[in-house]
Design a binder for this molecule. Structure first.
Ligand SMILES: [Zn+2]
Length: 365
């Protein structure tokens, strides 16, 4: 029985037949995805996590701290399998790239997935799982890139500040023109050089037990004050335990508390034994933390991967603990399969032949 499928996010879109790009990129919120098209950054961002609160929550009434308006909307329940099936059952599958593109709304459901041939498939609430490994890596990358202001990875910048001017919020962060140069006032989430140095040195001086993580030292570049070559598991270790330690004593209290809280939540999401009674509280806390991040971090920080964090607890409730359905074991096995490649010319065929041979030998011996 196929219980659910696990993929990274673009493959999720291909497999499920739901378009994970554009304005309605979240496959769980679907048409209710709240998006914002940034004028200068030219990005689509997914903010307004206050919608996930109950009606009376005080955060809903705040204006200045968020996007300048109060929040009155609520989020309806996600579609169940049968409702989803009714949307896609009439879609005609068109393969290849030559097809005409319909309008953006009609384009959200791209195909009638072959999985719906399974008799039970439309009864499943979660058919395709969000892969926590990739979500955690992407959130960690954006977070560290923004904190250390790493060029190319930071979500902050001139365009982001111009968007703040356009939206008319956070006046203190607006760019200031000084002759030919433009000055960007430091934000609460940007570390000073001394703070960056202390962050990097903290990570560099770490000693961990064997097998706990890869060599953290090799990831830190103290000269450039940045982290380089972070792999998925490095991000996992950082988010689970190391980041809250490394940022101690740096950043304003409120920002540090929000980041530390986010790390604790990832820790709580990834535990192996979960008490179902605590899931409601956990779900609320995720929304609180995302709202706090919205208060302090720029809008461009909230790409679809940050938004997906809000749905992780729902999937735990419906599908069980995360460690049973994330991609670490799959990625490990990929290394074995990669080792089967003998010719670079046709790697897949090479992998397949050697895999079949190995299966046969194991079976016959
Ligand atoms: Zn969503």
């Amino acid at each position: 029985m196929v219980f659910c499928t696990i993929n990274d996010f673009p493959a999720y879109g291909n497999l499920s037949g739901y378009s994970v790009k554009g304005h309605h990129a979240c496959p769980i919120c679907e048409t209710n995805t709240s998006f914002l098209q940034l004028k200068h950054g030219k990005k689509t961002v997914y903010t307004r996590h206050r919608r996930f609160f109950k009606h009376y929550h005080p955060y809903r009434r705040l204006k200045k701290a968020f996007d300048g308006s109060q929040e009155h909307e609520t989020v309806p329940n996600p579609l169940n399998g049968n409702e989803f099936y009714h949307r896609v059952k009439d879609v005609i599958n068109m393969f290849g790239k030559s097809q005409k593109k319909p309008s953006s709304d009609a384009n959200m459901w791209k195909k009638n997935s072959i999985f719906f041939d399974l008799p039970y498939w439309s009864n499943l609430h979660v058919r395709h799982c969000i892969n926590v490994m990739h979500v955690e890596k992407n959130v960690c990358d954006s977070l560290i890139g923004t904190l250390l202001n790493i060029k190319g990875k930071t979500k902050d910048g001139l365009k982001c500040r111009q968007d703040l001017v356009h939206m008319g919020i956070r006046q203190v962060l607006h760019p200031i023109s000084k002759g030919p140069r433009t000055y960007l006032p430091p934000a609460c989430y940007t570390m000073s050089t001394a703070e960056k140095r202390s962050f990097c040195q903290c990570l560099r001086s770490l000693k961990v037990p064997q097998g706990y993580s890869s060599n953290v030292k090799s990831l830190v570049s103290v000269n450039d004050l940045k982290l380089v070559g972070l792999k998925s598991h490095d991000c996992h270790v950082l988010m689970q335990q190391l980041l809250p330690v490394a940022i101690r004593g740096t950043l304003p209290d409120k920002v540090r508390v929000a980041i530390t809280h986010l790390c604790f939540l990832f820790n709580a999401i990834c535990v192996k034994v979960i008490d179902p009674k605590q899931l409601d509280d956990l779900e609320n806390e995720v929304v609180v933390v995302l709202c706090q991040m919205e208060m302090y971090f720029p809008s461009s920080f909230f790409d679809i991967m940050v938004h997906l964090v809000v749905h992780l607890v729902r999937e735990i409730r419906l599908c069980g603990p995360v460690f049973l359905r994330w991609m670490y074991p799959v990625e490990c096995y990929m290394k074995v399969l990669k080792g089967y490649t003998k010719t670079q010319h046709r790697p897949e065929a090479s992998i397949m032949e050697r895999y079949v041979v190995e299966e046969c030998i194991e079976f016959s011996l």
